[in-house]
Structures are given as C-alpha cells and as structure tokens.
Design a protein around this ligand. Structure first.
Ligand code: NAD
Length: 419
C-alpha cells in the first residue's frame, strides 16, 4: 500500500523524487522512463514553477486560424487536450470573416483587492473615517509597487461595502499589463496594519477578488444568414434561448465558451482558474440564478449577432507568462504586446467558440465532428501505434462506433490478417 507521508520530498532532485514515488507506488520502469523522457526539455523549468515536480504534463498546442479581431488578422495559440476546440474556432472565425470578424473593447485593467474588517462597532463612522484617509491609503498602496506606478498604473479608488457582519474594504488598482494578483495582494497586506490602527477593528483576509468585474471585456460579431443559412440562425437562437432559460444548459453553454478562453490562457501562461472563477461568478450576477455569458439575436437583415461580456484578468508580464518560454512564444505568435489586446482576442475566441458549439448542436449534433477527432484518442487507448491510429480511427468513424472495444476488435482483426 502507498505511504503518502514522504517527508523531505521537496528537497530531492526531480529524478530522485520520481524514483521515490515510483518505489512507493510500484510504478512500472517503462512509466518512470516515459516521465523522465517527457521532462527532458522543460523539467528544470517546471521544477522552478511548482513544487514536488516529478515530470511535465504535455498538452497539445494548436493554432486557430481565420480570426480577425478589430480589423487585424490574428493567429491564436491554444493549449487544450480536448478534441474539436481549435477546429471550432477556425470554422467559426471563417464564417464571420467576410462580415469583418470580431470587434471588441476592454475596460482599463483594474483589479480589486479585498480586506475583511472584523468587529467594526459603528459601520457608518468607520466608513467615514476610512474615506477621509483615502489619500494615505493610495500612498501606502502605491509605495508597494513603484514600477507599476511608473508604468501608469497603481491605486485608483477606495470602496467600502458591508457583507454580513463585516466591513469590506475594496482597493481598486490599475495593474497595467499584469494579471495583478500578486500586485494587489501585496498592497492589501501592506495596508492591513494601518486599517487596524485607524478603525480599531481586526483585519481578517487580505486578498484579491476573482470576480474581476472592473476589468470586463466585450466582443461582438455578425454571422450572415447567407453564410450559415437562415435555418441555422433560427437554430442558434433557440439554443441560446434554452441557455437563457435554464441554468443546467447555461453551465454547458458557458463551459463551451471557456473551452476556448482557457486554452489561450494556458498557452500564454495565464491563470485559467482565476479566469474561470471570474467568468462563472460574473454569470451568476447577470441573471438569477446563473446566466449565459453571451447574448444572441437576429438583426433587421436576418443575420445572426453575437455578443459576449466577461471579466478577463490576464497579463503578459508576471506569473508564468514571462517565465515560460512557450508562453512567450505564444504571445509572439499572437502579436499581443499588451494585456488589453490579449484580453480582447480571448473574448473573441470565447464568442467564436460559442458560435461553433451552438452551430454543431443546432445542426448535426456535436458527436459527429467531435468523435472524428476523439476517435484517435480511443484508438491510442486501445493500443494502436503509428499509422494504425489514423486507420483504426477512420474505420470506427465510418462504422459510427467510436469505442475502445471496437478499436481493440479492429486491431485484433489486423493482427489476425498480418500473422
Ligand atoms: P507578478 O507579481 O509576477 O508581476 C506583476 C508585477 O510586475 C507588477 O506588480 C509590476 O511591479 C511588474 N511589472 C513589470 N512590467 C509591468 C507592466 N508592463 N505592467 C504591469 N506590471 C508590470 O504577477 P501578478 O500579475 O501580480 O500576479 C499573477 C500571478 O498571481 C499568477 O501567477 C496567479 O496565478 C497568481 N495568483 C493568483 C491568485 C488568485 O487568482 N486568487 C492569488 C495569488 C496569486
């Protein structure tokens, strides 16, 4: 039985850690060799980015074509293990190209840090007192990050809210080209002792809010009925109406949007958990109990208009974006030289992804296209290698049976024939 108590694991080298884990878990030598091999190039980098690293998990990096964002063509690197995600952006972007592609706008890059004041006796008096100290608060925050201030960012506003029994202090900070979590967390922690001294209350948590609703990004695009068909416009509007009416459907509608956005986030070294948290929390503020992040309607000419709005806390500096060479290459492919441009392209990708998912669902269903790509994974899982993978995948798709048992049977047939 595995003993999960491995004191000092973090002090070992990566290969020593892997050997220890292999011993504890009875990992096969071939699996150990595979992990070592896969970490040949990026293992040391991974070791710096995270803890107790024993390997590197490779995720396919694809590039979505055909997208125009604000009049400029852009190739979008996307890291995703899920079949059809990249293809969906390519197809959806092609279908709105003739109509000009996607147009976007983004709020200034403002993040929110929260401080929880516990034991405030007089809310109104404490609020007035803290508002009176707004300039001192700004100075304390800005002193934490002279570089950010130099770049035109820094403290922007103080907001005071009541949440249950707590007085919650919001620091609104312009983080320029950073995602900004570390930047604003540092400010919140630096401010805490002064807040306690001034208010006589105790400061509890000091951390950013992932509901980054001061940093919204919006994208819109038109898909001509002449391009996709009037029936498809109708079908997509019915699919959207379903999502608007039912949170069970809205969750999947938004998951489709995030398929694209997360893939760009991962490719560029951004924190996709933060983006996910913000997106879903924002969806919950848009309609009870939970709303689609996009809106769809038909314009007077009968064409399909899609719009999306969501928080987009992404950066091109800080975190892994700067430290990871693949993330740097991904940003270079996109030509994203500001966090704002990256955020706008990501919103466009989310909208186009949403269009393609609804087009598939409203038309032939998602399985045909999806299964064509998924069939390769199934073939690999069944033991196919090299050229067999594509052949077995195609045979399964032709039969309309994409299953591991079918792949095994097909592989068995081949073995019978060849022996
Ligand atoms: P960071 O602290 O690594 O980099 C930001 C700093 O870079 C700024 O404070 C500034 O001093 C400097 N900088 C240099 N050039 C800049 C420019 N052009 N624009 C803005 N700043 C510039 O990173 P961060 O963006 O503050 O934090 C992101 C990291 O925080 C991510 O890795 C994320 O995973 C992590 N994180 C997230 C959460 C959360 O989401 N709840 C919590 C904690 C940490």
């Amino acid at each position: 039985m595995t003993n999960s108590r491995l004191p000092g694991l973090h002090n070992l080298t990566r290969t020593q850690r892997l050997a220890l884990v292999a011993r504890e878990t009875g990992l096969a030598p071939a699996q150990v060799a595979r992990l070592n091999e896969a970490a040949q190039i990026d293992g040391d980098l991974a070791d710096m980015l995270s803890e107790n690293v024993i390997g590197v998990m490779g995720v396919p990096l694809g590039v979505a074509t055909n997208l125009i964002v604000d009049g400029e063509d852009v190739l979008v690197p996307m890291a995703s293990e899920e079949s059809s995600v990249v293809a969906a952006v390519c197809n959806g972007a092609r279908a709105c190209r003739a109509a000009g592609g996607v147009t976007t706008e983004a709020d200034p890059p403002r993040m929110i840090a929260q401080l929880q004041l516990i034991g405030v006796e007089d809310m109104a008096a404490t609020k007035a007192l803290l508002q009176g100290r707004a300039e001192e608060i700004a100075a304390i925050c800005n002193a934490c990050d002279p570089m950010l201030v130099e770049l035109g960012g820094g403290f922007r506003a103080l907001e005071l809210r009541e949440a249950g029994e707590f007085l919650v202090v919001h620091l609104i900070v312009d983080v320029r080209d950073a995602m900004g979590a570390n930047a604003v967390n540092t400010m919140a922690e630096a401010l805490a002792p002064d807040l306690e001294r001034w208010s006589g209350a105790r400061v509890g948590l000091r951390i950013l809010s992932n509901l980054a609703d001061r940093r919204l990004v919006r994208a819109r695009a038109l898909w001509p009925a002449s391009e996709i068909g009037a029936d498809m416009v109708e079908g997509i509007l019915a699919a959207y109406a379903f999502a608007a009416a039912d949170p069970y459907r809205a969750a999947t509608h938004n998951k489709g949007i995030m398929n694209g956005i997360d893939a760009v986030a991962l490719a560029t070294g951004n924190d996709f958990r933060a983006i996910e948290a913000g997106a879903h929390a924002y969806a919950a503020t848009r309609g009870a109990p939970y709303a689609p992040l996009s809106r769809w309607r038909r314009d007077s000419a009968g064409d399909l208009l899609g719009e999306i709005e969501l928080p987009m806390p992404v950066g091109i500096v800080g975190g892994a974006t700067k430290a990871h060479p693949t993330a740097q290459a991904a940003l270079a492919i996109m030509g994203a030289t500001s966090a704002g441009r990256l955020a706008r392209v990501m919103a466009a990708v989310g909208l186009v992804q949403n269009f393609s998912a609804m087009r598939a669902l409203a038309g032939e269903g998602i399985q045909r296209g999806h299964m064509g790509l998924h069939a390769r994974n199934v073939a690999i899982a069944a033991g196919a290698t090299g050229a067999e993978i594509e052949r077995i995948a195609q045979q399964m798709v032709a039969r309309g049976e994409v299953r591991e048992d079918v792949a095994r049977a097909l592989l068995g047939d081949k073995q019978d024939v060849s022996t």
